[in-house]
Design a protein around this ligand. Structure first.
Ligand code: NAI
Length: 397
């Protein structure tokens, strides 16, 4: 089959398995030329197949020599289709890590389930040396079935009045208005159940009970706060409520972990193009403006640069303790939130029209990163060449 990009609204409907090898390798290449991370050696990444989770895994393996276990919810190839990008990212990561002599175990399935926790514990005991010294919690999910069988769905919405803002449709490449509706109390609570800290805590509690967390263990989960212009759609909305819960959970876990000299943190990251962020109404246009300004100021980072900076300068600095703010949040959104950056973003926003939005913001950069997430846009991949389903089926995840 010949695989070409298909985008429906702001969602990619297919991916290119060979192109994805380039996406993963590009991140590995960056890390291999960056400063070495004096970090953990046995790492579990929950949400490991794309975005910040994949970049964390690459940074810690190729920048610090860590063995890793990665959990993700992905689909392999079948007669129905090529599968998801994360499936191939897992494969390409595993192959590259194993060539380096590192353990790279992929678990595909539901990270919210007790079954997954049991499988991971069994693997840690039998084949991973018995202890884990770091857990990265990087899930972005719309649905969670809790261990008691109750299913919760998250809703992207606002707490007060409806909020509308400009964004674009990636499929038609046109400017549009997107609206976030108010969420009910129930929807708010359910969003917190999916994207808050409850499941993170379940992981830490279960692995503590199983005695598989090493002395000095650390855990980190990822959050977003953003500038004031995005407060209505994120910080003050349903996702922000879930992140507040995540922040409170970090403090709770941090206290709990003192018994093993462990620590728990939330890292507040920069807004950038991932499968999850493309889905948030109004957010993509902000990202193009931010990219434009940060590139002009030579401050631009993608997931891999962010995760290297997080690990190298904040979580595992060469000297001294973890670097966090007064609320114990690790701020690697610091460059995004610089006042000169945000002033320039807002100045660009005022100039936007339906005709010029691609030139005012870095639409080309957004599209390039979006395509790369799905394995497209690489000059050295022949997208007209046939890809064999038989060969894809033989690739071991
Ligand atoms: P992503 O969509 O690239 O990755 C999400 C990961 O979660 C994938 O590996 C996916 O397979 C996994 N996943 C989802 N449901 C699962 C399930 N039930 N079981 C197992 N795995 C599952 O997302 P992204 O953007 O990297 O987000 C990760 C975290 O970073 C989220 O907490 C997000 O809020 C946060 N973040 C993202 C920012 C952005 O601009 N993209 C900015 C700041 C924070």
């Amino acid at each position: 089959m010949i695989i070409l990009p298909i985008i429906k609204e702001n969602i990619a409907k297919n991916c290119h398995p060979i192109g994805l090898q380039k996406t993963v390798q590009r991140q590995i290449d960056f890390i291999e030329t960056a400063q070495t991370i004096n970090g953990p050696k046995k790492v579990l990444v929950i949400g490991a197949s794309s975005g910040y989770g994949l970049a964390s895994r690459i940074a810690l393996s190729f920048g610090g020599g860590a063995d890793t276990i990665g959990i993700s919810f992905e689909k392999g190839p079948s007669e129905k289709g090529v599968g998801t990008a994360g499936w191939y990212n897992n494969i390409h990561f595993k192959q590259a890590a194993e060539r380096k002599g590192l353990i790279a175990k992929n678990f595909i399935g539901d990270a919210f389930s007790d079954t997954m926790r049991e499988q991971v514990i069994d693997f840690v005991r039998a084949e991973f040396g018995g202890k884990i010294d770091m857990i990265v919690y990087s899930l972005a999910a719309g649905v969670r079935t809790a261990p008691d069988g109750v299913k919760y769905c998250s809703t992207l919405g606002v707490k007060g009045d409806e909020f509308s803002g400009q964004s674009f449709n990636l499929e038609t490449q046109s400017l549009c208005t997107q609206t976030l509706s108010p969420v009910s109390d129930q929807q708010l609570q359910d969003t917190v159940k999916v994207m808050g800290g409850e499941d993170w805590k379940l992981w830490i509690d279960t692995l503590t009970q199983a005695d598989v967390l090493a002395e000095g263990f650390k855990t980190v989960a990822y959050s977003y706060i953003g500038p004031e212009s995005t407060y209505p759609l994120y910080k003050d909305g349903s996702l922000g409520a879930a992140k507040e819960h995540l922040h409170a959970t970090a403090d709770q876990l941090n206290t709990q972990l003192t018994r093993i000299n462990g620590e728990a943190y939330v890292a507040v990251c920069k807004a950038l193009v991932t499968k999850a962020s493309a889905y948030i109404p109004v957010f993509p246009l902000y990202i193009t403006l931010l990219y434009q300004v940060m590139k002009e100021k030579r401050l631009h980072e993608t997931c891999i640069e962010q995760m290297h900076r997080l690990m190298f300068t904040r979580l595992y600095p060469a000297l001294g303790p973890v670097v966090a703010d007064a609320s114990r949040l690790i701020r690697i959104d610091d460059w995004e939130l610089r006042s000169d950056v945000q002033t320039a973003v807002e100045a660009y926003r005022k100039q936007i029209t339906a005709e010029n939005f691609k030139e005012i913001g870095d639409f080309a950069g957004y599209l390039e990163e979006f395509n790369a997430l799905n394995g497209f846009g690489f000059d050295d991949v022949d997208y007209q060449a046939k890809v064999s389903l038989e060969e894809l089926l033989q690739m071991e995840c």
